[in-house]
Write a new protein. Structure first.
Length: 96
């Protein structure tokens, strides 16, 4: 919900509870035919959102190493497999 409008600034709040986000958008000229928008959002009284962000980082940090190790293993396996396959397919043509 838009709270106050000024020439180059708009203040907004979320409807309902006073603990919901609020912020402002600042509009400024950035040269010929260009406009710059800066915004700021303030979250008050929402520790669950902050905690969920921390949990998400922890989950990603916990989950990515097995995928990384699996990728490294598979890429090395494919490399060795291709090299052996090339050697075996070229044996009849080696001219010995």
């Amino acid at each position: 919900m838009i709270g106050k409008r000024h020439d180059h600034r708009i203040e907004f709040t979320s409807p309902g509870d006073a603990n919901k986000p609020r912020g402002e958008i600042v509009i400024a000229s950035a040269g010929a035919s260009r406009t710059r928008f800066d915004y700021r959002v303030e979250y008050r009284g929402l520790p669950a959102i902050r905690w969920q962000s921390v949990q998400l980082i922890q989950i990603v940090h916990f989950l990515w190493p097995p995928f990384l190790c699996g990728h490294q293993y598979r890429s090395r396996y494919r490399l060795v497999s291709r090299q052996l396959d090339t050697i075996l397919h070229n044996l009849p043509h080696s001219g010995t």
